[in-house]
Unconditional design. Structure first.
Ligand SMILES: Cc1cc2nc3c(=O)[nH]c(=O)nc-3n(C[C@H](O)[C@H](O)[C@H](O)COP(=O)(O)OP(=O)(O)OC[C@H]3O[C@@H](n4cnc5c(N)ncnc54)[C@H](O)[C@@H]3O)c2cc1C
Ligand SMILES: *[C@@H]1O[C@H](CO)[C@@H](O)[C@H](O)[C@H]1NC(C)=O
Ligand SMILES: *[C@@H]1O[C@H](CO)[C@@H](O)[C@H](O)[C@H]1NC(C)=O
Ligand SMILES: *[C@@H]1O[C@H](CO)[C@@H](O)[C@H](O)[C@H]1NC(C)=O
Ligand SMILES: *[C@@H]1O[C@H](CO)[C@@H](O)[C@H](O)[C@H]1NC(C)=O
Length: 532
């Protein structure tokens, strides 16, 4: 008994003395310096264990590959260790606010840079690579703090609000909201495995945005862990930081631990439709051309986007007579009758027929537009398919001439499996001031354009890291983007930060403080003015 007491006392003293030196002093490692001090990095596991973070995996340990791979959504950045993509020294999976804080402080203590990952859908792999540090990025040592175990969603239906941990996926949020009330919804993107952390940080556009604006426009409060491990809410972070985290792009302002969201009221019945139309290039160009005058001018309750994908080996390749197919995605906050009456008057060229439409609940529509066959699948975090991918974006402020639309269709028809998505803006999106959040694409924008190309490892002799088939496909996409320049927004040519595109420039300054700043700052201002 006595021995035990002494032991306990000794233990208590050890704990007290270690907690009195906590947080440990940060080792000198100024921003931009290379912090590849192996001894400091070696202290990461002991620091994590001492502060209660038990779930982490060091490079080379058995679980490391699987944990790192799980949320690598773009295979361009999934190369094995010997590949071109630098890999993190560790993947840390904190659970809860205090473990997250410890993970941040331990990474800094070990002089490791931090990449935060929620859903892992960054188009350029920014949540798990250090590719933005200049050409010596491979020497930068870093750690991935992966929030996949921080995915709790707490809905308060009475106040129509929810607290959502950043690691929750959009599907997990939608399922939880719908489970608590059939008349509540949250406006955000359509892919169910996208993470709240990155998505809301960059804005978050979806099928309800013309009525209820962006995900970021519906953030009431947030809890942020800053680089010094301070835990800040809206009042303690201040309105400037609170402004920046709602659209300023993820990974820059600290780690958002959780978001307080405003939920929105939706009818019990919505109408969904995905009509496809086939015809000659000229006929389809005419239809898409006409849509430009309709999409952003429809009532706020209407969402009607255009999906163009014609090339590659897909079944939608142009037929021998040169016909092409366009798909529309439609969602109306109301009945079939409402959808029919408005669309037959505003867009008779579409020729929408009642049998093409289905009435359903909001959560059923969320599952359908995520490509899922049941609402339960919304809670699955595992991506069913992963590709090599590259995307770019634009904004259109005045309709593109019919001839140019036809040229785009011909270009798609002759290329690999590329696609172009036109997302209608207007409505409530346009009534928010362009400076109210960092997301500036408000009044005056008819629609956004997303260009994409995907490929598989075997295409054109291997897709490794964008080499082989990947390089050719990305060059094809960049040529389409270059062709579009006269037809889209100018001075600046705008882009959406959630469709992050490193062709617009990178934060090279962070990797090379010794470089004269002129060329560096020019690159920075290109992406700065494009996104913001
Ligand atoms: C298939 C697909 C469909 C998409 N559909 C839409 C759509 O409909 N609408 C739309 O607007 N966008 C859409 N996007 C884009 C998507 O919103 C962005 O890629 C978003 O940044 C992904 O967030 P994430 O958490 O999944 O990604 P991550 O790769 O985890 O994070 C993206 C960035 O945010 C940072 N970050 C992550 N978590 C945090 C955090 N907690 N605190 C601070 N920074 C953080 C990361 O470091 C990284 O820089 C889509 C993307 C894909 C791949
Ligand atoms: C760490 O978290 C991951 C993801 O939830 C889980 O698969 C794994 O089993 C956990 N590992 C440990 C040691 O708890
Ligand atoms: C991780 O992904 C890479 C690239 O796809 C693959 O080579 C590797 O086998 C994967 N590792 C695991 C453990 O899944
Ligand atoms: C091509 O489109 C026209 C309408 O523009 C249609 O009449 C014809 O059947 C289509 N051909 C094929 C093979 O789909
Ligand atoms: C950094 O800047 C120095 C001085 O201009 C230059 O010599 C060096 O090549 C640069 N390194 C990178 C990675 O850009």
């Amino acid at each position: 008994m006595r021995n035990t007491t002494i032991l306990l006392l000794a233990l208590l003293l050890t704990l007290l003395s270690s907690s009195s030196t906590w947080p440990p002093p940060l080792t000198a490692c100024a921003a931009g310096q290379h912090c590849d001090d192996r001894a400091a990095a070696g202290s990461l596991p002991s620091c994590l264990l001492a502060t209660g973070v038990r779930n982490f995996s060091l490079a080379g340990s058995p679980a490391y590959d699987a944990l790192l791979n799980f949320s690598i959504q773009n295979l361009r950045f999934a190369l094995p260790a010997a590949g071109a993509v630098p890999r993190p020294a560790a993947v840390v999976l904190p659970r809860g606010r205090s473990e997250l804080t410890s993970a941040v402080l331990c990474a800094r203590h070990a002089s490791l840079r931090i990449r935060v990952r929620s859903g892992g859908h960054s188009y350029e792999g920014l949540s798990y690579t250090v590719g933005d540090g200049g050409d010596d990025a491979d020497r930068v040592r870093f750690v991935v703090i992966d929030l996949m175990r921080m995915n709790r969603v707490r809905v308060d239906a009475a106040s129509a609000t929810a607290w959502v941990e950043s690691g929750a996926t959009l599907g997990e949020i939608y399922y939880a909201v719908a489970s608590s009330s059939s008349s509540l919804a949250f406006p955000a993107g359509s892919c169910s495995t996208v993470g709240a952390g990155g998505h809301i940080s960059g804005g978050g556009f979806g099928l309800l945005s013309r009525k209820f604006k962006l995900a970021a426009d519906n953030v009431l409060d947030a809890i942020l862990v800053d680089a010094d491990g301070r835990v800040l809410d809206r009042s303690s972070m201040g309105e400037n930081v609170f402004w920046a985290i709602r659209g300023g792009g993820g990974g820059s302002w600290g780690v958002v631990y959780a978001w307080k969201l405003r939920l929105v009221q939706v009818p019990n019945t919505l109408t969904a439709f995905t009509p496809k139309r086939t015809g000659s290039v000229d006929a389809i160009a005419g239809l898409v051309h006409r849509w430009q005058y309709v999409g952003s001018a429809l009532p706020d309750e209407f969402y009607l986007s255009v999906f163009l994908t014609i090339g590659g080996a897909s079944s939608s390749s142009p037929s021998r007579d040169g016909n092409v197919t366009v798909s529309f995605t439609g969602l109306v906050l109301g009945s079939k009758e409402l959808a029919m009456s408005v669309l037959s008057e505003r867009f008779p060229e579409l020729g929408l027929a009642e049998p093409e439409m289905s009435e359903m609940s909001w959560v059923e529509s969320a599952a359908r537009f995520a490509g899922l066959s049941s609402t339960e699948e919304l809670t699955s975090r595992a991506s069913r398919t992963k590709h090599y991918a590259k995307s770019k974006s634009d904004y259109v402020r005045s309709p593109i001439a019919r001839g140019a639309v036809a040229a785009i269709l011909r270009y798609l028809a002759g290329g690999p499996a590329g696609y172009v998505i036109l997302d209608p803006y207007g409505g409530a999106m346009a009534r928010e001031g362009s400076g109210d959040t960092p997301f500036p694409h408000r009044a005056g924008n008819l629609y956004s354009v997303q260009y994409g190309v995907t490929w598989e490892a075997g295409d054109n002799g291997g897709g490794g890291g964008g080499g082989g088939g990947g390089e050719a496909r990305m060059a094809w996409l960049r040529a389409l983007y270059a062709y579009m320049a006269p037809h889209v927004s100018k001075n600046p040519r705008a882009a959406y930060v959630n469709y992050v595109d490193l062709d617009l420039g990178t934060n090279a300054l962070a990797g090379n403080v010794s470089s004269p700043s002129s060329s560096v700052s020019r690159t920075r201002s290109t992406w700065g003015s494009a996104y913001f």
